[in-house]
Design a protein around this ligand. Sequence first.
Ligand code: ZN
Ligand code: MN
Length: 498
Amino acid sequence: MPREDYIVTIGLEVHCQVKTESKMFCPCRTGFGEEPNTNVCPVCLGLPGALPVLNKKAIEQTILAGLLLDCETPETSKWDRKNYFYPDMPKNYQISQFDLPLCIGGKVPLYPQNYPKETQDEILNPGKEVKLTRIHLEEDVAKSTHLANSSVIDFNRAGTPLMEIVSDPDIDTPEEAFAYLKTVQQILIYGGISDADMEKGQLRCDVNVSLRPHGQKELGEKVELKNLNSTSAVRRSLHYEIERQTRELDAGTAQIQSTRRWDDDLGETQLMRTKEDAHDYRYFPDPDLLPVQSGLIVARMRQHVPELPHEKAANYTSKLGLSDYDAAVLTADQQLANYFEAVLGLTPGTLETENFKLKTPAKRAANWVINILLAHLNEAGLSPADCPVPPEKLAATVNLVESGHVSNNQAKEIFEALWQSPEKDPAAIAKELGYEPADTDAIDTLIDEVIAANPDKVAEIQGGNEKLLNFLTGQVMKSSQGKANPKLVTEALRAKLL
Ligand code: ZN
Ligand code: MN
């Protein structure tokens, strides 16, 4: 049977390092890329008798994630020991949450721009929201590195607060899984909850996938793919696994619940273990930790819930008149959205009020930020927060065009100069480049000369061929040596001739 004859069901478990100064149960610093085994203490080394102390910030951030993702936040939440032999966790249990997690339910909207580029025109379920099961908080383990003849271990990561976001088996395609992971990542960064950098292992993902024939109600046996560390690995491994399971089911081989690893270089999954040796974690409440009463924290964190990208984008289209595309690009990155709003002269939050005032027209500013600024940032490998050109100066440049002082092309030259020397003033650069506010009398004389020299074109224009205004504008631009503003010249010609 072809792959289409089976219903594919996918669920994701995303582990995400919460952005905090210190670890989950001890005061050791969190950090990345530091000298191995320097940020450690008896608690995160798992020494006997060491007592854990809760990190309030990690709990707050997890609740904030829950509020952003529309979860319920139960009054009481507790801590459990998940018992397991962990080579990189010497106390042989992980403190996690079993039956009373911090957040329950919730949903993740799949943003269209987060689907793989080449599939964005054919999104199967537009506007889909993937349902969540829960979000709980736990501690990360140490990091083992396997060398040729030995293994080494770094405990700096051990005890880092780790949030686990579990989705329902609500995802239908590898492309949806891709979009889901990207959107989760985007929202976590938006909320300041995590830097969610997959390359740094701050966001890691396990994927469950099962197939069943059409008509069958209960889900097929699930296969779990462990520790995928990029969105493309999630998509590729799922395509591989769906093909593999289709082949086996076609051949009459029933699937058994199993765990597989993805080899990114070989582009294949490999069996790690089957259900027979599935673990019984024997969860039980951690006697060292009291339950958390979340009520007050929830109330406090509600005040910190930022607008989500799609909510911001909706504001951009309805209140600023931007296209869906422009709004999606600008809100994809919160820093870029902040930059854009600063170009408009908005202070944070003002767009949500009714009487906001723009210093720069939104559509023109959006074009500049998307087409010019973003291209420069991408080329230089900079994030919007590190943009050398401050938003006020981009605004000033855009407004030079708006006021008719310079043409759009001239403004681009000004921006190039500004990119090199951001300390300069756009108006001063305009002057240096000779883009002075045109001497209107002189330009007016040039216009009259061009009209006098082209009686046939003038007659045609007056006969209704207004397109020829562009030709005359070009002539004036030439004789002014590019100093005139084409928009103003065309207006003047129109006023004189029509
Ligand atoms: Zn420690
Ligand atoms: Mn976990």
